[in-house]
Design a protein around this ligand. Structure first.
Ligand code: DGY
Length: 331
């Protein structure tokens, strides 16, 4: 009987995924809470046919070069900025991700952050716990209304559209968006309007980022952009930390250039506990948990397992990132 394909999984993912992979492959799972070091990862993948990676694992050409048998990298995430895709394609390695299944959970998290930051909830809760809640305050902890305002979406893809839908039908917001692509469905169903980014920043009460991290978008939210927003604006980022110049954001929050921010992603992650953003009462920071629901993580594990199994057996990936690799995939 032929030996089972070898797969290394860089962290414990939900059981549902591990069971599927374990049934089809000779699987090794990195047991620690923290990721394997680059040296350990290099050692582990040398003889592997498949790799299950997380967004905290850097997968680049030099690493892939130590694994001559590697056929697939299955990322346990929809984002794949941790993987050098052209390097994988050049080497005939298929890459998979987990799109679709985390759309609602991530859009919900953007909404949670928007409500929390706009209504100064963390600040109020901390004040209550610390005894600073002295009486009912007519002018205390005043936030921003959500209903009937304007939301600006940067990147009207799956998650941007799901967030826009919540804003439109939950709070009757007007929806503006900036994207390189036109989203005809969002325009038809949500009445969304595609505008230049400057118009979006000027007219939006809330600005939410849902774009990919790449060479063009890295650091795009800089001092200049924050200055173009309303003083009452709330800025939300559930996409990737490096999209934002955090020094500029801290400045904008401190000086009142904008009202508040809600971040599920930072640069680096975790953000060091002495970081200036933590000191600002108008900045809400969550530990990258947008997809962290039981159901969503199970679904991510399922797709991730399907991708790695298809990759090592020469099948079609459920969610391929580099379909251009077809025809030159490693056997
Ligand atoms: C992703 O999938 O890219 C998220 O950031 C984590 O779920």
């Amino acid at each position: 009987m032929a030996a089972k394909p070898r797969v290394f999984v860089t962290r414990r993912i939900p059981e549902l995924g591990l069971q599927k992979i374990g049934a089809a492959c000779a699987m090794e799972v990195w047991p620690d809470q923290l990721p394997p070091s680059a040296d350990i990862l290099r050692e582990k993948i040398k003889t592997c046919d498949g790799l299950v990676s997380l967004l905290t694992d850097r997968i680049d050409g030099p690493l892939l070069d130590v694994a001559p048998k590697l056929k697939v990298v299955s990322n346990f995430a929809v984002g794949f900025n941790n993987i050098d895709i052209p390097a994988a394609t050049d080497r005939g390695i298929a890459v998979g991700n987990t799109p679709g299944v985390l759309t609602d959970a991530t859009a919900d998290m953007a909404m949670v952050l928007l409500m929390t930051a706009a209504r100064r909830i963390v600040e109020g809760v901390e004040d209550a716990k610390a005894g600073r809640w002295k009486t009912w305050e007519p002018c205390g902890w005043l936030g921003q209304d959500l209903a009937n305002r304007t939301v600006g979406i940067i990147g009207m893809g799956r998650i941007g559209s799901a967030f826009a839908r919540r804003c439109r039908f939950g709070w009757n917001m007007k929806v503006l968006y900036a994207d390189v692509y036109q989203n005809a469905t969002a325009e038809k169903e949500l009445g969304a309007t595609k505008v230049e980014i400057d118009t979006l920043l000027k007219e939006s009460d809330f600005v939410s980022v849902h774009t990919d991290l790449n060479a063009q978008t890295k650091g795009m939210f800089n001092a200049e952009l924050f200055k173009k927003m309303k003083k009452t604006a709330v800025f939300i980022n559930t996409a990737r930390g490096p999209l934002v110049d955090q020094g500029a954001l801290a400045d904008a929050l401190r000086k009142g250039t904008i009202f508040a921010a809600g971040l599920d992603v930072t640069d680096p992650e975790p953000l060091p506990t002495d970081h200036e953003l933590y000191k600002l009462s108008n900045c809400v920071i969550a530990p990258h948990v947008a997809s962290a629901t039981v159901q969503t993580r199970d679904e991510m594990a399922r797709i991730c397992a399907e991708n790695v199994i298809a990759g090592v057996t020469g099948g079609k990936l459920t969610a391929p990132v580099n379909p251009e690799v077809e025809g030159k995939r490693r056997k």
